[in-house]
Ligand binder design. Structure first.
Ligand SMILES: [Zn+2]
Length: 177
């Protein structure tokens, strides 16, 4: 089985300071996540791709399902393997404030929502993603990735200056009964 989502970006994000903690960090959250698409088991993402910089992580089950569907559709469109790379998952309040210090709160003209769906209180429903063609490492255009994410996530935003796409399952995560 080929494993996607293990591009350079996600590694650089999850391989922080070198030092005494190396042995522990190398195995941290190194767990394959398994779900099913149309009754077939699929596993192209690892828990560590969703962790914050401290290694804390939380993933809503529907997000894994949506990501596998996006990956499947992009690969079918390209007629070859496409990696979906998670660049950001769950955030603590401190993570959010650090990010806002860098790129600003929305109500102050920036890009960070004070009620971000990345916050742990929403249950791990949000991811930021990019995508690359595995063989060439060519980046999938933001608009294409956004379009496919709209098929499989409840809410998508794809006009960020750095080219990433935000996707979350805010509707299905709050369905009750
Ligand atoms: Zn986001």
């Amino acid at each position: 089985m080929t494993v996607s989502g293990l591009g350079a970006e996600s590694y650089s994000k999850t391989m922080p300071e070198r030092g005494l903690g190396d042995l522990i960090l190398n195995a941290r959250n190194d767990i394959r996540l398994l779900t099913e698409l149309n009754g077939e088991p699929v596993s192209h993402f690892r828990l560590r791709e969703f962790e914050n910089r401290d290694g804390l992580t939380m993933v809503h089950g529907s997000v894994l399902d949506s990501l596998e569907r996006v990956r499947r559709d992009l690969s079918a469109m390209a007629d070859e393997e496409v990696w979906v790379i998670v660049t950001d998952g769950v955030r603590t309040q401190a993570d959010l404030e650090r990010l806002a210090a860098r790129i600003g709160w929305i109500d102050e003209g920036g890009a960070v929502s004070r009620n971000s769906r990345h916050l742990a209180k929403f249950g791990g429903i949000a991811v930021d993603v990019t995508a690359r063609v595995a063989s060439t490492r060519d980046r999938v255009p933001q608009s294409t990735l956004g379009e496919i994410c709209r098929r499989h996530f409840d809410w998508v935003k794809d006009d960020y200056a750095d080219g990433h796409v935000h996707a979350d399952n805010r509707a299905r995560s709050t369905m009750t009964g």
